[in-house]
Design a protein. Sequence first.
Length: 332
Amino acid sequence: MLVLGIESSCDETGVALYDTAGGLLSHALHSQIAMHGEYGGVVPELASRDHIRRVLPLTREVLSRAGKDLGDIDGIAYTKGPGLAGALLVGASVAASLGFSLGKPVIGVHHLEGHLLSPLLSDPAPEFPFVALLVSGGHTQIIRVDEMGKYRLLGDTLDDAAGEAFDKTAKLLGLGYPGGAALSRLAQNGDPARFRLPRPMLNSPDFDFSFSGLKTAALTLVRAQADDDQTRADIARAFQDAIVEVLVKKSLSAVKKCGLKRLVVAGGVSANTELRRMLMSKAKGIEVFYPDLQFCTDNGAMIAFAGAMRFMAGTQHEEGFAVRARWDLFSV
């Protein structure tokens, strides 16, 4: 089955073709970072307008790369939510229009399910069941995944997500948008021994997270100390080390508590070099899987893949189209 996937939940337009027999055939992505960078964050109306400009040219590009045309498509998947309502509506309306004109089924995909399943696009791919650490700008969750569509929440953030905390602290340090990646680069030059920030809920008996207090501690340190480039790098290193230590301990503890041997790490923060390094060091007897770096952030490949899996599982097709700016993964 050949599935066209469309991702437009926030500030990246992604389109991909996934073949259930041949794997990922092609994908293309346009990032709006340069546009939103002028404003220090995502402007929803500008994001929606840019998706309108990009989605059809990207679709043509993806089809051309794969040597396919619209008539070859067997189904269309789009990101139904969560995300920015206006941005989601662009992908949904294009998917519905193509489905209607081609007489092909259309299915809406949960954005987080796309991230959750994205490591299955890699080789080797994890087998079910596994524990997943879903860590991004909007979510930090630990989830038990027994099979596609069978998910159980083990732990969640009580306030800021890890990626959100990265971005906000980066802003405190005077870094540009998006700040998380810039903070991680700055941290590479930091002295890990100079500052130590708190590890929120590190030793709590559950698998929940809280990063708002850590962000406040970083703010206090920035105001008191950050008067030169080296100090800013040292603060970035202390902040990153604190978040990474909590993520690693909680996720590995969850794997052991579930009696499993596999951990999947997905979402934008899964690209963080220090997180990967520490997991490699600490995950004794546990296999750790990640998406390819190009699929850590929002992309069409994960939507095409998740949509194909949903089609194969017999999930009901969409009638018309709808989006859900807020959508609980565990109600899917």
